[in-house]
Design a binder for this molecule. Sequence first.
Ligand code: NI
Length: 212
Amino acid sequence: MKRAWIWLLIALPMVVVIGFFTLMLNDPGQRETRRAPTRTSGEALIGGPFTLVDQSGQTVTDADFHGRAMLIYFGYTYCPDVCPFSLQIMAAALDQLDPELRARIQPILITIDPERDTVEQLAQYVASPAFPDGLIGLTGTPEQIATVTTAYRVGFRRSDGETADDYTVDHTSIIYLMDSEGRFVDVFAHGADPQAMADRLQEFLEEEGSSS
Ligand code: NI
């Protein structure tokens, strides 16, 4: 009986998250709708080690970010609207935090389009004043990107355009909050309210600050 409860605690958040992703992939219209942040709890199996390259060309791993919480978004620089919108919401939420709390969180964009998102392309993109200050862009080989997207259960699918270089990538639009040891904490759905996100970040950072 006890065992069954433990499995339920592990499985329930996963069902919620996977169900949510499935919904996003199957109904593109849903991606634009406003939703309250989705909360999950328990030991969700999201996240894991990665080795990628940042916008300055440095190879980095997940361990390089330990000591700070990570706010991770998966997208691509050629994305016409979904990614810029999400990164602006991230910026608006982070701007509402006290500077001491804000300093403990690292915003990160991981590309799902490594073929076009070169180091140079990412460097230019993450420098946009509309995006979070200090936003780090990560790219890598298609294999490295496959590893990290699988670990974070990110869904994406390329839609071919008229030429080989002209395509869009349909993708789930979720912001992941990971703690200062890289463990999954929470997700924010596409179109999350910046104030609600800021409140949740503040709650988490204060909790983490007082327990360490
Ligand atoms: Ni996008």
